[in-house]
Design a protein around this ligand. Structure first.
Ligand code: SF4
Length: 154
């Protein structure tokens, strides 16, 4: 199988499952903002599902902590293949302001594969919308050898 082909395999309406792995809730508010009428990712067929078994994309906010690592892995394992992880915010991308804390492991790409990073503290909901739109249009690519990718500039 070609490198990162799972990114291109999300060809249907991308259903999302959201998990806060240890953030301050600022990024969670922007995830919710991307769903509300101004940005409205639901117009792209995306919905927030309450079960990881129905999801295509795992949306993670906050750094990975020792306390949440087990839950994060359990949720990830329940999402059917092919699956992609959206790391929303600088903390999810790298640990952010929490990096170096005694209980902080770091960014999501330290523990999961196929992570697409949307940096910012918090990121603008427009960026979240633009990535979901790329899934919808099946145009996402350019990930590095670790499976991580940065969004294109608008
Ligand atoms: S990136 Fe900023 S807003 Fe998001 S969880 Fe970290 S500190 Fe909070």
């Amino acid at each position: 199988m070609e490198k990162n082909s799972s990114l291109r395999l999300v060809r249907r309406s991308p259903w999302l499952f959201h998990f806060n792995s240890g953030g301050c809730n600022g990024c969670d508010i922007e995830v919710v903002a991307s769903l509300t009428p101004k940005y409205d990712v639901e117009r792209l067929g995306a919905i927030l599902t309450s079960s990881p078994k129905h999801a295509d994309i795992l949306v993670v906010t906050g750094p990975v902590t020792r306390q949440t690592l087990g839950s994060l892995r359990m949720i990830y394992d329940q999402i059917p293949e092919p699956k992609v992880v959206l790391a929303i915010g600088t903390c999810a991308c790298s640990g952010g302001v929490f990096r170096g804390g005694y209980n902080v492991i770091g960014g999501v790409d330290k523990v999961l594969k196929n992570v697409i990073c949307i940096p910012g503290c918090p990121p603008n909901p427009r960026m979240i919308y633009s990535i979901i739109k790329k899934f919808y249009e099946n145009q996402l690519g350019g990930a590095d050898e670790n499976g991580s990718s940065k969004p294109e500039k608008e």
